[in-house]
Design a protein around this ligand. Sequence first.
Ligand code: FMN
Length: 329
Amino acid sequence: MKIYLAPMEGVVDSILRDLLTAIGGFDYCVTEFLRITNTLYPNHVFFRHCPELHQQSKTKAGTPVWFQLLGSDISCISDNAMRAVKLGAFGIDLNFGCPAKTVNRHDGGATLLKDPHRVYDIVHGVRKTLPTHIDLTAKIRLGFEDKTLALENAIAADEGGAAVLIVHARTKKEGYKPPAHWEWIRKIKDVVNIPVVANGDIWTVQDYLRCLEVTGCSDVMIGRGAVSMPDLALQIKSTVENSDISPYSWEQIRKILSKMFYNCWQHDDRGKYPVSRTKQWLKMLSRTYSEAQQLFENIKIIRDAHLVYDIIRENVINETSDNKPQEKV
Ligand SMILES: Cc1cc2nc3c(=O)[nH]c(=O)nc-3n(C[C@H](O)[C@H](O)[C@H](O)COP(=O)(O)O)c2cc1C
């Protein structure tokens, strides 16, 4: 059984990938999507998008990272995919699920699910370009407006040459509205010949077990559940392995939060970025930790990075004070 950390644009960047995979339980990560229009991006764009390329396409904890591309221009996606591979990408994932209006209007993401031939052509075209040892995966939703093409799209990705199919069990129209339709993943699994990764609404260990039962999959991808419960993958693995580990305490999470803040601060001297990322993560952590909601309330109107950093570290003891970037204003 494998657990993938889901790509989440604006949320699961390399900083969060490092922190979450360090906690454990994840076998793979996928980058946020890099949108391809008609440009072959220069190397620095790939490194910025996936700094793990500097370290054999692995997070600091050693978890492999797939590089996700989004678009519909086959030759341009292929060129960019090849560049990612030359720079060390572990594998390429193609995004057929993004629901964003701008992306869909420019013929990318979930809109491609309206025509299974296009799914086939894109997967097949990119597959043909890549060296055989590099795996290509496809991430789909159940459809655009409805689920009538769900099976055809899945078959198209399989026949096009995807090695693995990741299925977010909703249509584009359903957005993120619960429930995820896991029963459709089983239908898909029954008609394709490649491993299917079940995705959507795994928030707890119990959800994971139910998802496996309904879908018949052994592999899952977790997004929001992993951000709101950072040790969820670890909890799942320990349940499956019958080993007993305690859930992370709020104090442990708070330390990780302050590490995230510090790491984000390295990328933004003015401190706006770590402050907004911290508020965003706290909101998501509130689902699991009532303390996160409280902390969010305490900092929600504060903009000053030093102040926010002090507040989130208030109870973080046994950490060296030189952790704080004193030179920042
Ligand atoms: C804020 C946000 C950003 C996302 N960005 C991406 C993305 O860049 N690429 C992608 O394939 N899916 C993206 N997704 C979809 C997730 O990967 C996942 O399929 C979806 O959240 C369902 O899984 P979950 O219920 O475990 O979160 C995003 C979802 C969210 C909520």
